[in-house]
Design a protein around this ligand. Structure first.
Ligand code: SF4
Length: 104
């Protein structure tokens, strides 16, 4: 199973054999685009759900609030460009403060 964020949609492709796996990989690889995770730290309540669900992109900082690993800090908003959404969509959905967003 391959899941990627592509053109504002999450595509999940399940392939039953290696040829279909390869075809799905090529299709996704050449149609995917960069997306941004945007974290509004001013709304973060420091529950740690994003870090638990998606440690690839999120961690709790010394201030008790979430931060993006290798993210660019712009006042209260951090941004990180990614080409694989992976677990970030689940982090968006699990954040109780709704302070994580994904944009093209
Ligand atoms: S899930 Fe949301 S509120 Fe909780 S730590 Fe992460 S960004 Fe902050």
């Amino acid at each position: 199973m391959i899941t990627r964020f592509c053109r504002r949609q999450v595509f999940t492709i399940e392939a039953s054999n290696s040829f279909l796996d390869f075809f799905a990989y090529i299709l996704i690889k050449y149609t995917s685009i960069m997306v941004k995770i945007i974290l509004d730290k001013s709304k973060c309540v420091g529950c740690g759900a994003c870090q638990a669900i998606c440690p690839k992109y999120f961690e709790l900082g010394q201030d008790g609030k979430s931060k993006l690993k290798k993210g660019k800090n712009n006042s209260d908003k951090e941004k990180l460009e990614i080409d694989e959404i992976d677990c970030a969509q689940e982090a968006v959905e699990s954040c109780p403060a709704q302070c994580i967003h994904i944009e093209n």
